[in-house]
Design a protein around this ligand. Sequence first.
Ligand SMILES: [Zn+2]
Length: 375
Amino acid sequence: MTDCKVCDYGPELIDWSLSNVQIGNLVDCSETSVRRHKKHAEDPGLTVGHDFPESPVDGVWVPRRSWQTPQGEVLNSFQFVPDSPESVAAHIDNTRIDSLIRDWPFKKLGAYSTPCDMLLPADLQLGKVDAGGGTDGTIQRFLSAIEAGAKRWETLRPHTGVLADLGDLIENMYSTKQQVSTNDRTLPEQIEDAVALYVNAIGRLLPLTENLVVVNVTSNHGEARNELKTNPYTSDNDWGLMIFRLVRGKCEDRGWPVTFVSPSPGEDTAVLELPDGSKVAFNHGHHSCTPAGVKKWLTGQIVGRRPGWDADLWVLGHYHHAYFDTLGDGRFFFGTPSLDPGSSWFTKKSGESSPPAVAAMSVADHQWYDFSLLR
Ligand SMILES: [Zn+2]
């Protein structure tokens, strides 16, 4: 006897062209048990050895880690993977989010002098474990860079202070087949951490600027996927957008005056027009496909009069390193470094890696200046 009724019945006796529900009826088990069996049948190195707790939403338990005790006993850990974005949203724990947010006193500093300064965190990929560690390290790097940004704003006193998330804020799942075994946060936990981090960053920065503007964009890791690399809807089906809706709600609860800027419905570029008429466009950059393709992709956006086509400055994430180039007519585009724990996949492939940091720059009179990397 095993814990799996499908194994007990005999997989060789089952017509696998039947639906999960039909197989469940045949074997006398739930449809969930059939899906669980299929998941483990694909991964014979790990065995099901526990009764799984009941879940209020549909999904499967998949193996995350397997290890052997000195006595030779094989132990497994499992993660619950919900079937749909709705299931994930139902799992988000507001109590945990609130427990991670500091009680920020809010008193404006005044004497604002610099027209606009921007802090540009990108590619945190919260939940990801790689050569540089896990999510706890990413959180520390983000908070350290925000503290460096706060020190910068204490000196510059920007009239408009921009905090822009350039996408891939969470690692998500369904990016790679192995993802559940390389993440250290479930998807709901990734979302909870992201909301708490940004509310804390906003609480730290809000007194240091007259107008705090929080920008966010859609991204590939942000897509609310229902299977490997598949977004079943449009760009609006994005966890990044949802995270910043939650952040906005937390700010409103606290009575904090913050302006939020996101892409228009169905679009991926957020456009910000500053009080002096300077225009900045923000996009994750994944549609450009390769780093070398960024300039060509941006030229297409401008020629096609896509959102941001008349911006003075474009800021992009996705490629995990800092770069900039001209775009014609005195305009520029910038790529931002990432805060994630590195990509051993990319480093093995290319030999390259880039130190984690947050880009910052001031903008006035249609030009950028004071570019810096914060750590
Ligand atoms: Zn990306």
